[in-house]
Ligand binder design. Structure first.
Ligand code: ADP
Length: 453
């Protein structure tokens, strides 16, 4: 806002402005009249002419100093003037002072806006009326790969060239945000919201929604996979119940077969629900696992016995255990991990195959639990995906052997709770080795009494 100049005060100022020169003119005319009476008209008019020329020169010299100042107003002080010019220059000084103050105010507001938006995770870009970049924050530089110096004045569509985005920008309908997939070399998904403001300018605000999209996809996949997994057992149960119900005279053999299959399918559903609950519990319990000392050697020996029972002597199963090597963590989670390796080795190793279970110290002071088998092995392209939920190399084989496809997903979470990592080495047709590698901070020595026993 310019300094206040209400119309009443303005009128008074204008009247005040004219009063002085008109008074001077009146005085000079009166003096000229008096001089004409005393000295005659010619000397009086000559004196008036001299005075008028002097006044003219004075106005011109003030005008010249004003022009000189206007030529470079920022460097020089406002010129000094006398008479009417004094007032004019003082108005000008007030105007310049006000302008400098409001400029400083605007600059500091802009600086505050820029430092606030610079700290934002959201990418912010200001566009002019022709959709050219005026300013952008560091997040915009990161997500849109623009340069806040070099790309100023460049059209946004030169940087984001996706035809759908160009159409969105042209359509001028910004009620819904635009989902920009494939930003930053293809990996990132952005939600881009345009907000028109001012004189056809636009504010572009973008959020990284890659993680959210991934979670959404996982949620959709999970629902689809669980429904798919439950469909077969439920169909089998429903089919048998209907058949048994429709039988006027019970067929003992059929009944027995139905019971067997129904029990099998029920236990499949039970396994699935249990694994889903374990997974959800592990997902919800963020942070490190409990700091309880776990007698890992005893745990591994117990699991070795379970393995022998599970294999029903079809495999040759050996175990090698460092009896002094205890772990710090949550026993139930560690049991899940170890048992998963062992049951998988049994399930994916044909009869007469060999399985070696090992619990030993590693060179860096940590420990490794490993299970090696001489089973069917895994092709390299599958290995990075094995910890995804419901990912199986061979669906039907996994199902036939009672697998849920969730085992290694559970392993991944349980190990990350213990700051441990999973390593898989495998060769198709030769066998696999699954290792859980624990860091030194998770290792503790067995209490003396235990070692002696
Ligand atoms: P599943 O319940 O199907 O075994 P997991 O998550 O435990 O689910 O394992 C995922 C997939 O990894 C399995 O379906 C199988 O294809 C593969 N796999 C796991 N362990 C082995 C192994 N020891 N040998 C061969 N393939 C294995």
């Amino acid at each position: 806002m310019v300094p206040d100049s209400g119309s009443a005060t303005e009128g008074a100022r204008v009247r005040g402005f004219w009063r002085r020169p008109l008074a001077w003119l009146a005085v000079w005319l009166a003096l000229t009249g008096a001089a004409a009476a005393v000295f005659g008209p010619v000397p009086a008019l000559l004196a008036l002419l001299v005075w008028l020329l002097f006044q003219h020169w004075r106005q011109l010299s003030h005008l010249a100093s004003l022009v000189r100042w206007l030529d470079n107003p920022s460097d020089k002080p406002i010129p000094y003037g006398s008479g009417m010019w004094e007032e004019a220059f003082s108005y000008l000084a007030r105007l310049v002072r006000w302008q400098r103050q409001s400029e400083a105010g605007l600059r500091s507001a802009l600086e505050r806006f820029q430092s606030a938006t610079s700290a934002m995770n959201e990418a912010v870009i200001l566009l002019d009326e022709l959709d050219r970049i005026e300013w952008c924050n560091p997040s915009a530089e990161h997500y849109f790969e623009v340069d806040s110096q070099r790309d100023v004045g460049r059209q946004l569509t030169y940087i984001v060239r996706q035809p759908q985005f160009v159409e969105y920008l042209l359509a001028q309908n910004f009620a819904e945000p635009f989902v920009l997939r494939g930003a930053r070399g293809g990996e990132t998904t952005l939600s881009v919201q345009l907000v028109p403001y001012g004189n056809r300018q636009k504010l572009v605000i973008s959020r990284d929604i890659t993680r959210w999209e991934r979670l959404e996809a996982m949620r959709r996949d999970l629902v689809a996979n669980v429904s798919h997994e439950l469909r077969t057992p439920i169909t089998v149960l429903a089919g048998f119940l209907e058949t048994l119900n429709d039988q006027p005279v019970p067929d003992v053999q059929l009944r027995q077969r139905a019971m067997e299959l129904m029990t099998q399918q029920t236990s499949r559903m039970q396994n699935l629900v249990e694994d889903l609950l374990t997974l959800s519990r592990l997902e919800n319990s963020r942070g490190p696992a409990a700091e309880q000392p776990v007698d890992a050697p005893r745990l591994v020996q117990t699991l070795h016995h379970d393995a022998l029972a599970l294999s029903k002597r079809r495999h040759q199963i050996t175990v090698e255990v460092d009896a002094d090597l205890w772990l710090v963590g949550a026993e139930s989670e560690l049991r899940s991990v170890f048992l998963n390796f062992i049951t998988n080795a049994i399930r994916y190793t044909p009869a007469k195959g060999r399985i070696a279970i090992g619990w030993r110290a590693s060179d860096d002071g940590g420990a490794v639990f490993s299970v090696s088998d001489t089973g069917i092995g895994i092709a390299p392209e599958h290995i990075p995906r094995l910890t995804e939920r419901f990912y199986r190399v061979d669906r039907s084989r996994s199902r036939e052997t009672g697998g849920t496809g969730l085992g290694l997903a559970i392993v991944k979470y349980a190990l990350s709770h213990h700051q441990a990592r999973l390593e898989i080495e495998s060769e198709p047709g030769q066998g696999s080795t699954f290792s859980a590698i624990f860091p030194p901070r998770r290792i503790c020595r067995a209490p003396v009494a235990t070692v002696a026993a």
